[in-house]
Ligand binder design. Structure first.
Ligand SMILES: *Cc1c(COP(=O)(O)O)cnc(C)c1O
Length: 235
C-alpha cells in the first residue's frame, strides 16, 4: 500500500474509535482530504484508496487539479476551504461542489448568480470568526444570523452549515472551546428554522476535539498527505 493509503486507513480507524468514545455514529462524520500543495497524482492515490471528498484552498490551484482529474470528476466532490475574492467567484462557482469560506453577502450573491444552470445548487458553509482567531476571514458571530438568512434565500446556493479555523492549540480542552462555540451558533440557527446539516470543524491537530463537539466534517491534510513545503499558504 502507498503511504497515502496507509495514512487514510489509520485515520479512518482512529476516527471510528473517537466516534465510539464520543457516542457519535461513525457515518455522521465525513472526512475531507485537504490536498492543497499536493499534486493531482496524490489525489488519484487517495481516490484509489476510497477517498471521495477533497479540499483545496486556492481556486486556481484547485482548477488545475480538477482538470487533470477530469476522468474522476463524477465520483469526486471538490470543496473550496480557503478565502475567496470576488474576482475568483465565477471560476469557483463552476469548479466546486462546496465552498466553506463564505463570509460576506456580496461573495454569496456572486456565487449564486454565477453558478452554471446545468449544475445543482452550490453547497456553502459560512465561515465564522471566533474571538481567539488569528485569521482575517470569517463573519462576526453577531452578524451571523442576518448573513445566514440572506444566504439561505439565494436561489443557486444551498446553505449547509458553518465552518471555523480556530487558533492552533495543543491542549485538548482548550481546543474544544471554539468548537463548542460554533456548535452553539449552529444549534441556534437550526432552532430558528434553517435546515443546516454541516459543522465543518477540525484539522490534523484538533479533529478529535472537533468530533467530541459535534463536527460533521473534518478537514485533514497533513495526516493524510504528509507535510507541506514551508512557505506554502496553510490557511
Ligand atoms: C490546510 C487546511 C486544512 C488542513 O490542515 P492540516 O493541518 O494539514 O490538516 C484544513 N482547513 C483549512 C481551511 C485549511 O486551509
Amino acid at each position: 500500500m502507498s503511504s497515502i493509503a496507509l495514512n487514510l486507513e489509520a485515520l479512518r480507524q482512529r476516527m471510528a474509535r473517537v466516534c465510539e468514545q464520543t457516542r457519535r455514529a461513525p457515518q455522521s462524520v465525513e472526512l475531507l482530504a485537504v490536498s492543497k500543495t499536493h499534486p493531482a497524482a496524490a489525489v488519484r492515490e487517495a481516490y484509489a484508496a476510497g477517498q471521495r471528498a477533497f479540499g483545496e484552498n486556492q481556486v486556481q490551484e484547485a482548477w488545475a487539479k480538477i482538470e487533470a482529474l477530469a476522468d474522476l470528476r463524477a465520483g469526486l466532490s471538490w470543496h473550496l476551504i480557503g478565502p475567496l475574492q470576488s474576482n475568483k467567484t465565477r471560476l469557483a462557482a463552476q469548479a466546486f461542489d462546496w465552498v466553506h469560506s463564505v463570509d460576506r453577502l456580496k461573495i454569496a450573491e456572486r456565487l449564486s448568480a454565477q453558478r452554471p444552470a446545468d449544475l445543482p445548487p452550490l453547497n456553502v458553509c459560512l465561515q465564522v470568526k471566533l474571538s481567539n482567531e488569528v485569521s482575517k476571514s470569517g463573519v462576526d458571530p453577531a452578524e451571523l444570523p442576518t448573513l445566514a438568512l440572506a444566504v439561505a434565500s439565494l436561489p443557486r446556493l444551498r446553505l449547509r452549515g458553518l465552518m471555523t479555523i480556530p487558533a492552533p492549540s495543543l491542549d485538548p480542552l482548550a481546543q474544544r472551546a471554539p468548537f463548542a462555540a460554533l456548535r452553539t451558533l449552529w444549534d441556534r440557527l437550526r432552532s430558528e428554522g434553517l435546515a443546516l446539516d454541516t459543522l465543518s470543524m477540525g484539522m490534523s491537530g484538533d479533529w478529535e476535539a472537533a468530533i467530541a463537539e459535534g463536527s460533521t466534517l473534518v478537514r485533514v491534510g497533513t495526516a493524510i498527505f504528509g507535510g507541506r513545503p514551508t512557505g506554502a499558504v496553510s490557511r
